[in-house]
Design a protein around this ligand. Structure first.
Ligand code: GLU
Ligand code: ZN
Length: 493
């Protein structure tokens, strides 16, 4: 591919459920690739056998598909740099580590954890920087042999240059790291397992990644990776150092970083509640970016057209669930009726639905779906809006009952029942139903709002819901009257 072509990557480790911070990283990379007509590479960083699992791998792929991210190279899609799972690339990492050792860009370190800890403590006590002190940087072959004879197994350490590393972060501008703060670091464990510090830049180099857009939590590893890149360039493995852009932290409750353990951070939660991918992604795009000052709701196409990493804000972004919900609700309003009804399907059927499958009535649902579409925030809200149609009896919610049933509600309900019963089946329409309840209210000196509350609770079990008279029309004459009777019996008891 041509040198000027944008190639970005999304390279999660398959450990646990995907979280929203990770999704935001995927989104910004994907939008950047699509904006520039570049490649979005999806790579699985599964070198940590103790923490990675096949189940998490499947979850990641499933999440990416649900979100609608298409990748140009990666698992299942394949590509010129396959395989895209690091667990299948181990030989290559060992080879690169060997070449770094041969070239003197890395060395074997025999220090034990106890020795390292003791020297770190001493450095701290003396007020010196506490990174690795370079103890094994220039061991003679004899010294190394002596350690080997003791039975020590070395790790491989990368030799950092003794100079300040400066780079221009695409989000944060110029950043400098002094050598005393970025000391030689491990790239291969004593057992021979390559570490993230090695495999991530090696793959970025081999996959010709041009832009690394990732979370701010990884900023401290960037000067190390830049130095490693330099070595890889010298060895002919890398073509160049990619550009880096570090995306701002996402803050949760109490202005603390949103953590993986925070329930609000789990992507599955949003899927289970019935967020639309478009709504969730729209919201997540606002964590560090905006389309314009006066527009919060937009499509992914609009985001792609406008997205530039230079516009990302370096300040921490606050995760605001209420805003996420409001934006999702707006996306639900934008769906055409058929699509909305179709997306509700999973919630209308077991195991989500609270009614028996045989009691579901598609025609009744279709009749009220457009009314519900203007009211739900997430798709799962659909069940409580329409359950009165499919449950044999309305839900029993004592708080709603107490709120609506006041002194005199029984008299009002009796009158309403008479007026409703007086309507012939052919006249059972919202307009006429409203007339009946208005008239009943007038008889008792009640405005419509007050008069309809007991009727609503009698028929639906709740104080809020879809427009009442349309609801009664769809529910039908017989069932409406039976429910009012049941409520009267309950009041009399
Ligand atoms: N596998 C790393 C992580 O999930 C990737 C970090 C990076 O983007 O460089 O933290
Ligand atoms: Zn050492």
């Amino acid at each position: 591919m041509a040198n000027g072509t944008v190639r970005v990557r999304f390279c999660p480790s398959p450990t646990g459920n995907p979280h929203v911070g990770l999704v935001r990283t995927a989104l910004f990379n994907w939008a950047y690739a699509r904006h520039h007509g570049g490649a979005f590479v999806f790579r699985i960083e599964d070198t940590d056998a103790a923490r990675d699992s096949e189940e998490s791998y499947e979850q990641l792929l499933d999440a990416m598909r649900w979100l609608g991210f298409d990748w140009d190279e990666g698992p299942e899609t394949g590509g010129p740099h396959a395989p895209y799972r690091q667990s299948q690339r181990m030989d290559r990492y060992r080879e690169v580590a060997e070449r770094l050792l041969e070239a003197g860009r890395a060395y074997r370190c025999y220090c034990t954890t106890e020795e390292l800890d003791a020297r770190r403590e001493a450095a701290r006590a003396a007020g010196r920087p506490s990174g690795y002190d370079g103890h094994c940087r220039s061991l003679t072959p004899e010294q190394a042999a002596a350690y080997e004879a003791e039975g020590r197994t070395p790790i491989v350490r990368f030799r950092m240059p003794d100079e300040t590393i400066t780079f221009t972060d695409l989000v944060r501008g110029e950043l400098s790291f002094a050598p005393e703060h970025v000391t030689d670091y491990g790239i291969v464990r004593a057992n021979g397992a390559p570490l993230y510090t090695l495999v991530n830049p090696v793959d970025d180099a081999e996959m010709r990644i041009t832009h690394v857009l990732r979370g701010e939590d990884l900023l401290s590893s960037t000067p190390r990776q830049i130095a490693l890149y330099q070595a890889l360039i010298d060895l002919g493995i890398a073509e160049r150092v990619p550009e880096f852009g570090h995306l701002p932290y996402v803050m949760g409750e109490g202005n603390k970083k949103l953590s993986k353990r925070d329930p609000q951070s789990s992507l599955n939660l949003y899927r289970e509640r019935g967020f639309l991918p478009a709504g969730l992604l729209n919201y997540l795009s606002l964590l560090g970016w905006s389309l314009s000052a006066d527009r919060d709701v937009f499509s992914m196409d609009e985001m792609v057209a406008a997205f530039d990493i230079a516009d990302v804000n370096a300040n921490p972004a606050r995760f605001d669930l209420k805003k996420a919900e409001a934006i999702n609700a707006d996306h639900i309003r934008l769906l055409d009726e058929k699509t909305f009804a179709g997306l509700c399907e999973p919630w209308l059927r077991a195991p989500h639905a609270p009614w028996a499958p045989e009691d579901f009535d598609q025609a009744a649902f279709d009749a009220v779906a457009p009314l519900a579409q203007t009211r739900v925030t997430v798709l799962s809200d659909i069940t409580r809006n329409v359950d009165f149609l499919f449950l044999t009896e309305p839900v029993r919610d004592d708080a709603s009952w107490a709120k609506a049933m006041k002194e005199g509600s029984d008299a009002l309900l009796r009158t309403a029942r008479e007026r409703l019963a007086a309507l012939e089946p052919a006249a059972w329409h919202a307009e006429a139903l409203k007339g009946a309840v208005v008239a009943a209210g007038e008889e008792h000196g009640l405005k419509l709002g007050k008069a309809q509350a007991p009727v609503r609770v009698a028929v639906t079990g709740r104080t809020v819901g879809l427009p009442l008279f349309e609801s009664l029309e769809v529910l039908g004459r017989e069932r409406t009257l039976a429910r009012v009777d049941a409520a009267l019996a309950r009041l009399a008891a």
